[in-house]
Design a protein. Structure first.
Length: 559
């Protein structure tokens, strides 16, 4: 079905001496569901782009070797010619939407291919039913949740009836529930229609149990592997927490799901479900949340309304103290990104106010407070660092070093290239210091944007989906940096769907729903027993004492 024979590819420009793919040979059978994994920048997205001809037709560069997809040569036929063979959904589904209405978006690709109207109507109805989104047909795309947009993006490529569906990190911006809905839909397409599916994903805990085989791409200087999930995960350094625990505990066969792992944990070691009274006793409702005197940033009954009058955030009160890492969680569309933009001063509240301690060491009750309603953007950014979901909006210089130097100048700081290189090294970007930022992979751009903010030593750091595009090793490096910032007294707020990140470093969790703070409390108490927001290890043991792998004693240390 899919064959690559000694394929090598090098992007044009500064990285011309470093191939993204080197001598890659593999074969994927018809009807397989294959997961592509590997470190950030190892060539996963490049591999996917070879399947429909985007590499080299759109990106340029040099490609050698042979690519065959269902009897077609993507290099010879170009992306347009491959549209009926390969349907591709990118990391950000919004980047491929053209129309405003869902049904119009589904028909757009077929209209470009001049298909008969009767056939277009038939296929639109079919994909609406296949992905259970018929109720969305008349909706404006801008009003959809993240999971709904992802399914619409998949539906828009399925209308061309491709033989292969290619997805690049389809769950990277989705909450756990939406991610599961999308993955179940993908699995159903694979099983019921026999559609060959190739997807790349960093959050293996979400997807590994759905796939037939895993393609491990370690980078152009190491040997790739294509095998069953258990066999690959037993050998590679990147693995979800449950698999990492199983390796440490020497569980065989290697469990891929919590259900499979439960047989290795005696019932006596697992806590029963907590009673409602026990849950209430450990939580602090959002309405009772109070701002502490030492808070670095405080939202006081903040509300924000869209132009159509609907409320995105409703009377939210939230405080963030220096030396604290808090996580803001909730399903897609719950108001998290709007709230973090209010805290960053990018949006002005319709009601309430956001107060920021202007100087390090100054509490909100002291002198030097900033009110974002009337403070200048320049005054706010001297104190608050904000990294949005799309890191590309922060990157516009020719090299990473120039990005960091620009930040230093904007904050009146002396230039220090040696310190900047050390920061890039901590973020795993030492070799990219002279590269053009927009040529980097998604995960690398994410870390580059973080470096451009961290170089100014903000006293408040706001991160929106900071682990998008990051592999497990890079996530651990990010956790180490966040914990170091906490020790230095920085206040950190993470807006994230990554429950494993929250389990590793957050002191407190604030859960939002429909624009309001539903509940807030200590991380171990809020996450324990949650059907959606619990970590893999916590789902296994159902006890606040167990959130991450390190909470579980090794076999030799047990009595």
């Amino acid at each position: 079905m899919i064959t690559l024979d000694h394929v090598s590819y090098t992007y044009p420009g500064d990285g011309a001496d470093r191939p993204a793919l080197r001598d890659l040979s593999l074969s994927i059978d018809e009807g397989e569901l294959v997961l592509v994994v590997g470190p950030s920048g190892s060539g996963k997205s490049t591999f996917l782009r070879t399947l429909n001809g985007l590499v080299p037709h759109f990106y340029g560069g040099k490609l050698s070797g042979r690519v065959d997809v269902a009897g077609h040569d993507p290099v010879a036929e170009s992306p347009q010619g491959m549209a009926f063979v390969v349907g591709m959904v990118f990391q950000d589904p919004e980047s491929q939407f053209v129309t405003e209405r869902v049904e119009d978006e589904l028909a757009f690709g077929m209209e470009n291919q001049a298909l008969p109207p009767a056939l277009m109507r038939k296929r639109v109805e079919e994909v609406l039913d296949q992905l259970t989104i018929s109720h969305l047909r008349d909706r404006h795309i801008s009003t959809l949740s993240g999971g709904e947009k992802q399914r619409v993006a998949i539906a828009s490529v399925l209308t061309l009836n491709p033989e292969v569906l290619v997805l690049d990190e389809p769950t990277s911006q989705l909450d756990p529930q939406s991610a599961e809905e999308v993955l179940v839909a993908i699995r159903r397409l694979n099983e019921d229609l026999g559609l060959t599916v190739i997807l790349a994903e960093h959050r293996l805990e979400r997807v590994v149990q759905f796939v037939d085989r895993v393609l491990w791409l370690p980078g152009p200087d190491s040997q790739p592997m294509l095998d069953r999930p258990r066999d690959i995960l037993a050998q590679v350094p990147l693995a979800p927490p449950l698999v990492e625990l199983a390796k440490r505990q020497r569980w065989q066969p290697l469990p891929l799901t919590v259900k499979e792992a439960r047989r290795f944990v005696p019932r006596s070691q697992r806590s029963p479900a907590r009673s409602a009274a026990a849950e209430v006793a450990t939580l602090v409702t959002g309405s009772r949340q109070q701002a502490g005197a030492s808070a670095a940033i405080v939202a006081e009954a903040v509300s924000y309304r869209y132009d159509d009058g609907s409320e995105a955030v409703s009377e939210v009160s939230l405080s963030l103290r220096g030396g604290e890492i808090a996580a803001l969680m909730g399903r897609n569309g719950s108001g998290k990104t709007t709230l973090i933009k209010l805290l960053a001063g990018l949006l002005k509240p319709a009601d309430g106010r956001v107060m920021i301690s202007e100087r390090k060491g100054t509490g909100v009750d002291g002198l030097g407070r900033l009110d974002t309603r009337n403070a200048s953007t320049n005054a706010v950014v001297q104190v608050v660092g904000y990294v949005p979901q799309n890191p590309g909006v922060l990157l516009f210089k020719d090299t990473l070093l120039e990005e960091l130097a620009f930040t230093r100048r904007g904050h009146g700081m002396p230039l220090d290239e040696a310190a900047d290189r050390r920061l890039l090294a901590r973020l795993g970007l030492a070799e990219e210091a002279e590269r053009y930022p927009r040529d980097l992979s998604t995960g690398q751009r994410q870390r580059a944007a973080l470096a451009a903010i961290l170089v100014a030593n903000p006293q408040v750091l706001l991160l929106d989906e900071p682990t998008r595009g990051l592999d497990y090793e890079q996530k651990e490096a990010l956790v180490a940096i966040l914990l170091d910032l906490r020790r230095q007294g920085c206040a950190v707020l993470l807006v994230t769907h990554d429950v494993e990140l929250v389990a590793r470093c957050a002191d407190r969790v604030v859960l939002m729903g429909d624009g309001e703070v539903v509940v807030a409390g200590a991380t171990r108490e809020v996450m324990t027993g949650s059907l959606v927001f619990a970590s893999q290890i916590n789902k296994l043991y159902r006890d606040p004492a167990y959130l991450v792998v390190e909470d579980v004693a090794l076999p030799e240390r047990r009595s």
